[in-house]
Design a protein around this ligand. Structure first.
Ligand code: SF4
Length: 315
């Protein structure tokens, strides 16, 4: 698989472009995730023409539609930033991004809980950075996160799972459109979708089953929306245990009662939070390989992202 293209706030890559001339290098993003990702850096403040260093800025006014203002001299940068951002998102369409990682807390780049000051100078953490807002409105289905939230292992796993899934979907879009291709894509993603959203699993199954009744355009459009919506919902130990039990059902004939008992115990221990997901997944994968189970062998759920990222090693 070629590298996944992700937009990123430039200062997270270690470039000295912040208002104080510093950076916010994040080693996980550059050294670990960076092995699988090609970053497209975006610094709204510098790209809209502001110097380095520069006066710091903040959001003020209504949290739903705040103004971007310099902190000391109170210059209003809103029009300048909005004008630039609207053009930049159109340019970014050509990049084929599979997601964006924003710098947290920034009045330009923060994706949530950015401080907005009211007329009395009191902050409320309810704002969205000016560029981040325009980006998310322009690309509503793209996975987005900020570097602070990505330190939470569950959020990290969810984000990375989504960008890898979107990359595979984009590769499908690069092929000739056909109903069969969507059916094949769905077949190998079934368990993954089920682990996020049983409701979407049902709906997408029905969609694919009546693929012949739909135009290709409608099939691709609706499938993509539900794919990204479903994966955005978090997996839970209960949902994962349900998928694992479902997979276990494929080995009814092959496993001895002792092996079944052992697998059940491992799934129960995972569900109770004693061991990480990687343990039952490894055991199931072992049986998939041993008995060459054709349906499970192709399930992306067993291998949705590189093992080296250790995304399923937490409890
Ligand atoms: S937070 Fe955003 S605007 Fe500020 S330096 Fe980083 S990329 Fe540039």
């Amino acid at each position: 698989m070629e590298k996944i293209k992700l937009g990123i706030s430039t200062c997270l890559l270690g470039e000295n472009i912040r208002y104080d001339g510093g950076h916010k290098l994040d080693r996980f993003l550059t050294d670990t995730l960076g092995q699988y990702v090609e970053y497209v850096p975006v610094c709204p403040e510098v790209e809209c023409g502001l110097p380095i260093p520069r006066e710091s800025m903040h959001l003020e006014g209504n949290p739903e539609s705040p103004r971007l203002v310099t902190s000391r001299t109170k210059q209003d940068m809103t029009e300048r930033m909005v004008g630039w951002a609207k053009k930049r998102v159109v340019e970014l369409e050509k990049e084929g991004l599979c997601g964006f990682i924003f710098k947290s807390d920034s009045p330009s780049s923060g994706m949530e809980r950015v401080r907005v000051f009211n007329e009395k100078g009191m902050p409320v953490k309810k704002g969205v950075g000016m560029f981040a807002r325009i980006f998310m409105e322009h690309f509503p289905l793209l996975p987005v996160e900020d570097e602070g939230r990505l330190h939470d292992l569950k959020l990290r796993e969810n984000f990375i799972e989504r960008i890898f899934a979107l990359k595979r979907w984009r590769e499908l879009l690069g092929k000739k459109e056909s109903r069969g291709n969507v059916v094949d894509f769905h077949t190998i993603h079934k368990s993954l979708i089920l682990s996020h959203s049983p409701k979407h699993y049902q709906a997408m199954g029905k969609l694919v089953a009546r693929a012949k009744e739909l135009s290709l355009r409608e099939l691709y459009r609706q499938y993509q929306i539900w794919l990204m919506e479903s994966l955005q919902l978090k997996t839970t130990p209960k949902k994962n245990a349900n998928v694992l039990m479902h997979m276990m059902g494929y080995f009814k004939e092959q496993l001895s009662s002792d092996e079944k008992q052992e697998l059940l115990e491992v799934i129960d221990h995972y569900r109770a939070g004693y061991i990480p997901l990687v343990v039952p997944i490894t055991l199931i994968s072992h049986y998939v390989r041993k008995y060459n189970q054709p349906y499970l062998k192709q399930q992306v759920y067993l291998n949705p992202h590189p093992l080296e990222l250790q995304l399923r090693n937490h409890v």
